[in-house]
Design a protein. Structure first.
Length: 363
């Protein structure tokens, strides 16, 4: 390199190239910062323009050899920053477009594609069963009554003649919200019999009503049991109501619900709120009486508990048992639905499996 009076003389061509490189880097930096990409086509154009082997960034790297030797290190670092910026912007846009689901934002809809199928909803099988039960009893003159799911001990147990030490009053059988207040304990009702007590407290006989609703019990969930299920209870109180009236009512219901060929049987039982009491069984429609896991291989399925209203229950409601008598019954809606639709697992009703529920469309 020639010297003249102590001044270093740089080759003119390399100085010019250095200035060109500085301008090129600054220009590309600004272009990349100002760039906006909204679809995959624009993203690919950005890659080809800046990041491909024949792109602008690669071209600047090719020109690095023309920069003065002592400036190459600094220019190389600037070019790396430029390349990293371009790659970073590319990755951000690619990720954003990927989250959008893939198609270009500017892509026109394809009107030749088939129309997505339109699915109609349907009533839940428990709703269908409850409606059918209500319809049958309505034809016999029963109206529908309703009551609270959160109840006190008195309406759920005390007024129904449950003993103070009855197992149902323990935590292992009942979901208590507040306990230790005696008859004012707060709980989730274990049956809809609480509606019967409220009805008799507010209405004088004759009373002929059914009480459908959701109930709660502290039970292990299995194919035959659940902690949340539905009941329909019935009550008829008037003068001269007899056990024959109860039997005829349930016999008519069974024939209407399960068909004229259905068989029923009454088994003596015990309930605190009825005396005498009976369990009502119907022929198992799943195994046709041959025996299966639902009927415990007996050929019969219990559908209801029933009996004549205990005189103590009538007295607790201010009704004279020497003047009025009555019968009561209660049945599980899930059990009726299982028989009606040949369902083998109780848990299907609460799993919200669309494949199961779609089978009842149009039912």
């Amino acid at each position: 390199m020639p010297l003249n009076s102590g001044i270093i003389i740089f080759p003119v061509n390399q100085v010019i190239e250095s200035f060109k490189m500085i301008g090129g880097v600054k220009e590309l930096l600004q272009q990349i910062k100002d760039k906006a990409v909204s679809n995959r086509e624009e993203l690919e154009a950005f890659r080809l323009e800046y990041l491909s082997k024949k792109g602008k960034v690669a071209a600047l790297f090719e020109e690095l050899k023309n920069v003065q030797k002592e400036d190459r290190r600094a220019f190389g670092a600037e070019l790396n920053n430029l390349k990293n910026l371009a790659q970073s912007r590319f990755d951000e846009w690619a990720e954003a477009l990927g989250k959008q689901g893939g198609p270009s934002a500017k892509a026109e809809p394809d009107f030749t594609l088939p129309v997505p199928p339109f699915s109609y909803g349907s009533l839940h099988p428990l709703t269908l069963t409850k409606k059918r039960i209500t319809e049958i009893f309505s034809r016999m003159g029963f109206d529908v009554a309703d009551g609270p799911e959160v109840e006190t001990d008195w309406f759920n147990f005390g007024a129904l003649n449950f003993a103070d030490n009855h197992p149902a009053r323990e935590m292992q059988d009942t979901f208590f919200i507040e306990k230790g207040k005696g008859r004012d304990d707060v709980l989730l009702r274990t049956h809809t019999s609480n509606v019967q007590i409220r009805l008799l407290n507010n209405k004088k006989p004759p009373v002929r009503s059914i009480m459908p609703g959701r109930v709660f019990r502290n039970e292990a969930i299995s194919a035959r049991a659940h902690c949340i299920f539905h009941q329909v209870e019935g009550l008829y109180v008037d003068r001269n109501v007899s056990f024959k009236d109860l039997k005829d009512t349930l016999y008519y219901f069974a024939k209407e619900m399960f068909g004229k060929e259905s068989k029923i049987r009454l088994r003596p039982s015990f309930f605190p709120f009825t005396e005498p009491s009976a369990e009502i069984d119907v022929t198992c429609f799943i195994c046709k009486g041959k025996g299966c896991n639902i009927c415990k291989h007996s050929g019969w399925v219990e559908i209801a508990g029933s009996g004549m209203v205990d005189p103590n229950v009538l007295r607790n409601c201010g009704i004279d048992p020497d003047v009025f008598t009555g019968f009561a019954f209660g049945m599980g809606i899930e059990r009726i639905a299982m028989l009606r639709y040949d369902i083998k697992d109780l848990r299907l009703f609460t799993e919200n499996d669309v494949r199961f529920l779609r089978q009842f469309s149009g039912a």
